[in-house]
Design a protein around this ligand. Structure first.
Ligand code: AMP
Length: 275
């Protein structure tokens, strides 16, 4: 496996079949995402690259960016074990050349309308779309893998890619959870035992919501479970799975939650109605 840091490393490596974009601090959920990317690439005889880049433009709070964990050596080991062909860990100047501003693409409706991550993290999706387009330009993948854990991000990247007329296939990957049900996240390491216990109300609320056949009842069930825990809830909603607007009645729905446990912001989601 190769470690790519510079433009000449990239030129030497050439295009990859599958890209798995990450911000590093890789956990077992990421490892499984990378294995999936490596499998997809292997099926067509191509190569899988994992990008590890803590993108400053998608953080709406400087303190969150500063405290984001950086564990490159361990990340490289995770990617090697998961079967990746390369880790792309660029300097910020390669992603954002000082003399050539990287454009922010036109944001799709799902990045600005729903009132979810777009409202609670202003500017976040502008940064995500900007860095994803730039990574596509640098690595020229045929496909890219994104986790369902960040459901709105997955919908935003799919819509942006489609609307930009790119032929890159966006491949979703299911959320990996710890044994207690909490979705794996690089931020879970910040939770104390008490905060983690409180955070378990999030997957419990999703389970309660997924059992209701009426959207309003699903939202009420989630709020009831979340109300029993020491969490600061930003949203707990049942929306159209694709547009993240109000349920249209026809398409599948998605339950989405964002909540703070202590000073750590957590997001999670689940299909609705559940199976
Ligand atoms: P991040 O480094 O947190 O930006 O995540 C990089 C990629 O890993 C994104 O596509 C995430 O959706 C995905 N991801 C993060 N956590 C999980 C998880 N628990 N299960 C599956 N994919 C995940």
């Amino acid at each position: 496996m190769r470690l790519l840091r510079t433009q000449s490393d990239l030129d030497d490596f050439g295009p990859c079949e599958v890209l798995v974009p990450t911000m590093g601090a890789l956990h077992a959920g990421h490892a499984s995402l990378v294995r999936h990317g490596a499998d997809l690439a292997g099926r067509v005889g191509g190569r899988c690259a994992v990008s590890v880049f803590v993108n400053p433009t998608q953080f709406n709070q400087r303190s969150d960016f500063d405290r984001y964990p950086r564990t490159l050596d361990a990340d490289v080991a995770v990617c090697r074990a998961a079967g990746a062909d390369a880790v792309f860990a660029p300097d910020p100047e390669l992603v954002y050349p000082p003399r050539a501003p990287v454009p922010i693409p036109t944001l799709p409706a799902v990045a600005v309308r729903p009132g979810l991550e777009d409202a609670f993290r202003p500017g976040h999706f502008a940064g995500v779309c900007q860095v994803v387009m730039r990574l596509f330009q640098l690595l020229r993948p045929g496909a890219a893998v994104f986790g369902e854990k960040d459901w709105q991000q997955l919908r935003v990247v799919s819509a942006m890619t489609r609307e930009a007329g790119l032929t890159i296939e966006i491949c979703p990957y299911p959320t990996q959870r710890d044994g207690d049900g909490l979705a794996m996240s690089s931020r879970n390491r910040f939770l104390s035992d008490v905060e983690r216990a409180a955070a378990l109300a999030i997957p419990r609320a999703l389970r309660a919501g997924s059992e209701r056949r009426d959207a309003a009842a699903a939202e009420a069930a989630m709020r009831e479970v979340l109300g029993t825990a020491a969490l600061r809830v930003e949203y707990a909603v049942c929306r159209d799975a694709e547009t993240l607007g109000p349920l249209s009645g026809s398409g599948p729905g998605r339950l989405l939650i964002a909540a703070w446990s202590g000073s750590t912001r957590l997001i999670d989601n689940a299909p609705w109605p559940g199976v």
